[in-house]
Design a protein around this ligand. Structure first.
Ligand SMILES: [Zn+2]
Length: 160
């Protein structure tokens, strides 16, 4: 993920990133905070139903899982160490609690975290959220468009 700095940013009003992240965490449009951000689990809407803000620019990609792994890892490892130190749990209880809690926390946190990441991207005008075209071809609102496989330049190919 790269932060893009465009020349026109200076003239545009600054977007409040804390507020945008807060709206995203609550699953709301980072712009107005009213419209839904997700149409299904982890599937963001293309445009806000309340204010019309285009949201298909989002490119949260794999940052939300990284953030969730960091949060859940700290909770689980910390809890496990505390339980080991202060409680005398049998191994079967450990095996019942920690894997289940890991899965549960990950599922609970993934969508809010993704919303927060989208809010930050919107506030920073990344990936076309500022109106400029992105450096990569824009993701179309309709998914399932397989891109044709292209050979990498410099790859060993057919030499005569
Ligand atoms: Zn909105």
């Amino acid at each position: 993920m790269s932060v893009q700095i465009h020349g026109s940013i200076a003239q545009e009003p600054e977007r409040e990133w804390r507020k945008a992240i807060g709206h995203g965490l609550k699953g709301r449009c980072p712009h107005c905070g009213r419209g839904r951000l997700f149409r299904a689990f982890l599937k963001p809407v293309d445009t806000c139903e309340a204010c019309g803000e285009p949201l298909h620019h989002q490119r949260a990609d794999d940052l939300p899982p990284y953030v969730v792994i960091t949060i859940v890892g700290h909770i689980i490892v910390g809890g496990l160490l505390l339980a080991e130190k202060y409680a005398d749990w049998p191994m079967s209880l450990h095996m019942a609690i920690w894997p289940a809690l890991t899965v549960l926390l990950s599922l609970i946190l993934m969508q809010p975290v993704k919303g927060g990441v989208i809010g930050l991207q919107w506030a920073l005008r990344m990936h076309g959220f500022g109106g400029e075209p992105d450096d990569r071809p824009e993701r179309q609102p309709s998914p399932h468009q397989p891109s044709p496989a292209q050979p990498m330049p410099g790859q060993p190919g057919h030499h005569r």
